[in-house]
Each structure stands twice: as C-alpha cells, then as structure tokens.
Ligand binder design. Structure first.
Ligand code: NAI
Length: 474
C-alpha cells in the first residue's frame, strides 16, 4: 500500500517538526518519519534535559549559599539526585506530549520507524519514495512524497580507542542517564557541551577536570569571554588542562580510571571515576538511502543551496545534517524556510551572523555576530565598548555580579559586528542584541532605547554608551 504526500520529513527534531507545522499551515499534506521520539535530540538527549539538570544544580548551589542572603538553613542541605532526574523526565514528558499534540493539531501523519529514500522504482520514476521500516515484524510502509525534507540531525563524535560504554566512558546522552553522581569526572572537550556539564557537575559537588585540545576553552567564542568563563569556573574548583590530547591507549580501568594526556611536550596522568567525551557532533547521513540519489555530501554533511535544496531539487535538508551552526534554533528556522520554499514562497534567507549562541553554565555566556579577533581578521576597523555587571544595581541585588557585556562595532559604518555577554541571565538578554543586529542598529541607536532601572539590561545600554566612552556608571 502506498500513500501520497506533498512533503515527508525524515526526522522529528526541532528542525523537522517545525518544518512539518509550517508546511501544514501552508496547506501541504505532510508526514513525519521518526525512528525514536518526536522532539529529537534537543528534547530527549540534549538542550532540555541538560538545562533541567543545570537548573537543579543552580538551586542546590544557591541553597548552599543561602546564608549570604541572610537565610540560615539549620539542617544540612541534601541532594536527592533521583528526584533531580525525575523532575527532568517530567519536563521532557510534558514537552513531548506538547509536540505530539501539535502534530495532531496540524493533521500531520507521524510514522514511527526508520525512513530510507529509495531510488527510481515502480512507485516513482525519480528517487524519493520513502520506505519505512519498523522495529517489530510489521511490513514496511511505502510513501510517495512530492518533496522530502531531511532533518536527520547528528550524533556525538567519538575518539578512536575510547568507545562510549555507558559505564566508565560516557557521551552526553549517557551522562544524562546517570542514576548517581560520580566523585570525579574528566571531560574531554571544553566546548559548549563540555563546559555546561563541567559547570553543572561541579555545582553538584563532582570534582571536574576538563581536557581541551585548544589553547582556550570555547575556542569559537570571543577570547575575553572564554578567559572570564574559565576564571569563574576555576573558582568553583574545576581544573583545566589545555593544549592537551587524551591518549586512549594509556587507559587503565581499575577501581578508578587512569589515563594519560599529552600537554604540549609533556605527559600527565589523570585518575578519575568517569570520562565524558564531548568533542563535537557529526551529521547523520548514513542509512537513510542517500546512495540512491545524486545528493552531494562533502566534509560529512549534506550539501544544499541557500533554500536548503540538495542536488535533487525535490529533496531538501536542514539542521545538524547539513553542518554549519549545529543549534536547535537554527534547525527550526532552516526547517521553516525550507517548508515555505517547498510551498512556493520566497522566504528571506537566514543571516547566520545574526544567530545568538548560548552557553548555560554558571555564569552563563551568550553571543551574536563576530568575535573581536574574527572582525579584525576580516579587515574591519573596530571600536569596542565593555561594561561590567559589578557596576549594575540589579546584579548586586541579585547576588551575581561577575561578568560583562562587550559590543564590537565597525568604525566606518557604526554597525554592530558582534555582542558578547557573560553574567546573570545573559542567555535571555542576548535576544535584544540579536534584534539590534537584525535591525542593523548602531550602538547609538541602542542607547536611544530606555532601559528600566534597576534591570540587568542596563548593562547592554551602558556597553553601547561605552563604545563612544559615554557610559554613565563606570
Ligand atoms: P564543540 O564543537 O562546541 O566543542 C568541542 C570541543 O572539543 C572544542 O573545544 C574542541 O577544541 C575540543 N576537542 C576536539 N577534539 C578534542 C580532543 N581529542 N581532545 C580534547 N579536546 C578536543 O562540540 P560539543 O561541545 O560536543 O557540542 C556539539 C554541538 O552541540 C555544538 O555545535 C554545540 O554548539 C551544540 N550544543 C549547543 C548547546 C547550546 O546551544 N547551549 C548545548 C550543547 C551543545
């Protein structure tokens, strides 16, 4: 039996399901094929569960610091990690049911199985019939869509010789399933995942060592942010070994793990309870039938044009499987644009330098646009304004005054090139900088907005004033 659709989406993550919703809003008969659960990595193994654990870590840390706010807790503060995990599961469950409801509301058919693209066949002269294979013995379903959207996401990269076993060596997915906290953990990779886990586990009382290959953690962020964040994380007792590579063949597994890493010319031995591997993610491009098409893959990712069309013009691809900024909000926007293009609209392309990036550690960090070094390398003559949270009343009231906002502007045009923040609630504050970038605002235009007092957002306004040396409070 075959069923016909205008659009079939492979992958029900934040890219895939958002695309399906927009397609259905625009009148396309739409289906999603998802082998696991709607919501994808973001909802089940990434953004949402990790933020739920980070929030519990924050409450635990703040409760331990309660006396500095004048609140005396006489009995010991105890961490019940089982309850922490239960809370996380409940949040995932609520959101998962929400996504399922959205599919029903949009009259989007959901197939729970593995979808693969077939080559030209009796069903269609073009590659693109989708065969859906189920976990049980049920016969495959064949669906014949007019268009396909690949939103198959990514999986963690591995380090040869250090296979994730879920026991001693974990990836971020396995770490989310921990039933109890280890006493110590070595995190390989000081990128976004490594740093969020380092901050969270350290707040839960785990002894953390981060082994990072580059000379800075978060090597893609502005150096001022990486340095400040590292300094703040060191205050919690996190150790950083930089310019370092783990040496997999030195791993010894006894009561504890023992492993060496090379640091510049030296070798260091580390003892730990568990290892967490967080060295990036790679696109899911295998086992989906791409070999039956003319779709190009380069550097491990699917190649597309500005509207996310592959070389097969009726097959589109978005999100982590096309590389670029592997972020849920990017996948969502790409999915929406692809759906609009499939429906015959002419959507406005994404300007990737306007995409905010957030790190939910404590302190948080967030940015949009170029780093100062990237701006200089690209030939911009830059002017920079920076303003600290320490000079902000609300940050002092809040009890979190470490950090700053840094604005980089172009001397010639006055346009903002990049905004970099570290401090309280900056993962929310960055949206204003994102809007300013979309509107091509100059620092002066930002200062024409009136910032409520007292508010953390005043730091953004003061940083804009600081670009011309006109800040009031510092
Ligand atoms: P990443 O690319 O952010 O960082 C990987 C880090 O590992 C880099 O600093 C790199 O220098 C280092 N590295 C690579 N190989 C190494 C080795 N052999 N030894 C030591 N260090 C090594 O990748 P990550 O953290 O795994 O995150 C994957 C993706 O997920 C990223 O694109 C990230 O943006 C996204 N993500 C986003 C989040 C957010 O928006 N808050 C949260 C978590 C992940």
């Amino acid at each position: 039996m075959t069923k016909e659709y205008d659009l079939v989406v492979l992958g029900g993550g934040p890219g895939g399901y958002a695309a399906a919703i927009r397609a259905s809003q625009l009148g396309l008969q739409t289906a999603i094929v998802e082998q696991d659960k709607l919501g994808g990595t973001c909802l089940h193994y990434g953004c949402i569960p990790s933020k739920a654990l980070l929030r519990s870590a924050e409450v635990y840390r703040q409760t331990n610091e309660a006396s500095s706010y004048g609140i005396e807790i006489n009995n010991t503060v105890a961490l019940n990690f089982k309850k922490v995990q239960q809370r996380k599961e409940k949040i995932i469950d609520t959101l998962h049911r929400g996504v399922e409801a959205l599919m029903k509301q949009g009259k989007i058919d959901v197939y729970k199985g593995i979808g693969r693209i077939l080559g030209p066949s009796i069903f269609s002269p073009m590659p693109g019939t989708i065969s859906i294979e189920y976990e049980n013995e049920q016969e495959n379903t064949m669906i014949v869509p007019k268009n396909i959207l690949l939103a198959t996401g990514s999986n963690p990269k591995s380090i040869p010789g250090l296979a994730v076993d879920g026991k001693n060596i974990l990836g971020s997915k396995e770490a989310l399933e921990l039933t109890e906290l280890p006493a110590s953990m070595v995190i390989v990779g000081g990128g976004v995942i490594g740093i969020e886990w380092a901050s969270m586990l350290s707040d839960f009382g785990v002894k953390i060592t981060v082994v990072e290959a580059s000379s800075n953690i978060l090597p893609n962020e502005d150096e001022a942010i990486s340095k400040k964040l590292e300094a703040e994380l060191r205050k919690k007792g996190i150790e950083f070994i930089k310019n370092a590579h783990i040496l997999p063949d030195t791993l010894e597994v006894n009561e504890q793990l023992k492993i060496n890493c090379s640091v510049n010319e030296d070798t260091r031995t580390i003892h730990t309870d568990k290892l967490l591997i967080a060295v990036g993610r790679e696109a899911n491009v295998t086992n989906i039938g791409l070999e039956n098409t003319d779709i190009l893959i380069s550097d491990g990712v699917i190649q597309t044009d500005g509207f996310y069309r592959t070389k097969e013009s009726h097959i589109y691809a978005i999100g982590d499987c096309i590389g670029g900024m592997q972020l849920a909000h990017v996948a969502t926007q790409e999915g929406v644009l692809a759906a609009e293009h499939i429906a015959g609209q002419n959507p406005y392309p994404i300007e990737y330098t306007n995409v905010p990036r957030c790190i939910y550690s404590f302190p948080e960090a967030a940015s949009v646009g170029l780093t100062e070094m990237q701006a200089v390398e690209q030939g911009f003559e830059v002017k920079v304004g920076q303003f600290p949270f320490q000079n902000n009343g609300k940050a002092l009231v809040y009890g979190e005054s470490e950090g700053f906002v840094k604005i980089i502007a172009d001397v010639k045009t006055n346009d903002i090139i990049g905004v970099h923040m570290i401090g309280p609630h900056v993962t929310d504050m960055i949206s204003e900088a994102g809007l300013a970038k979309v509107l091509n605002a100059s620092p002066w235009e930002i200062t024409q907005s009136i910032y409520p007092h007292p508010s953390l957002s005043e730091v953004f306004g003061e940083a804009a004033l600081a670009v011309e040396g006109l800040q009031i409070h510092g």
